[in-house]
Design a protein around this ligand. Sequence first.
Ligand code: APR
Ligand code: ZN
Ligand code: ZN
Length: 360
Amino acid sequence: MPHSVRAVVARAKGEPVTVETIQVPDPGPGEVLVAVQACGVCHTDLHYREGAINDEFPFLLGHEASGIVEEVGEGVTNVAPGDFVILNWRAVCGECRSCLRGRPWYCFATHNATQKMTLDGVELSPALGIGAFAEKTLVHSGQATKVDPAAPPEVAGLIGCGVMAGLGAAMNTGNVGRGDSVAVFGCGGVGDAAIAGSHLAGAHTIIAVDIDDRKLEIAREFGATHTINSSAEDPVEAIRALTGGNGVDVAIEAIGLPVTYEQAFYARDLAGTVVLVGVPNPEMKIELPMIEVFGRGGTLKSSWYGDCLPSRDFPMLIDLYLQGRLDLDRFVSERISIDDVEEAFHAMERGEVLRSVVVL
Ligand code: APR
Ligand code: ZN
Ligand code: ZN
């Protein structure tokens, strides 16, 4: 029997979201029904409701979540009812050209649930194939990663998207290592996670860049050794001054703007790495002297979802949190109810929160 549950739906472009009663099917083969316990409010949810991702309304929002497995469909072996799981949007296929070459974190054919959740008989499009601002959601079994249940749900859920993106930009994509110098442009949830990841990886110098002094103060709590307000001084000059005139080994852009990408490009040492984890819009362009691209050497990379492999990274990061080596609590700015998602979007736009988390 399908389950009737409360959920946050974006019915039409730009309109405020509403809480509706939706229908969630019982899990079929390879699917898992999850009772959601917590789900963070991410920029991508807002982008869906603004129609910036695609036009497949109505959307079932929410994708940064944790919960308890309630029921599993035929053939599911990785999780069982009662397991505490973090949801992910990289259920790797094992068969695409990237998986077959041993690089599943780039999987080009990730799995989602086959059956559809519905509102008044109309199929819903779940955000990033998850849809977790809901009392229950249906996902592919590979989208549920079992972790230690000692972690609080609202903290664990954040590993499912923004925090993973930032941690992974530093630890996986940027390959930050012991003794490295790092600069992070943009100190929202993603940038702060990149700072925390750099700290965890043993970076020696971690320079936080933002235009908001409140954000720079928080960045220090995550491990920034230096801060630069780039509305008051030239960040490239300031970063060079802090690194013996050379620039950083790894420059991470966590905003998604041409101006800060260029700053990251020039703030990097010779043979250094630039990592773009901020998401640009389709109109944005960058213009760089080609001789500089060549002459500076090194690597220009993008980080999709922190190049994470959920089965490898989620349990490890939760263990580090439980050992007190990774502060995830600090990312939770407020706990809200499922009725408050629209207001949380506005708080996000005003730059007041790292993460608002819906607790169910
Ligand atoms: N220079 C420096 N910092 C800036 C600038 C700028 N020109 N413009 C904005 N910022 C800072 C803001 O002050 C804020 O602290 O960048 C930070 C962005 O943080 P959030 O808006 O909270 O965004 P976050 O959730 O961290 O995501 C950052 O990563 O995954 C993507 O879609 C996401 O593109 C977004 C980016
Ligand atoms: Zn694949
Ligand atoms: Zn997200």
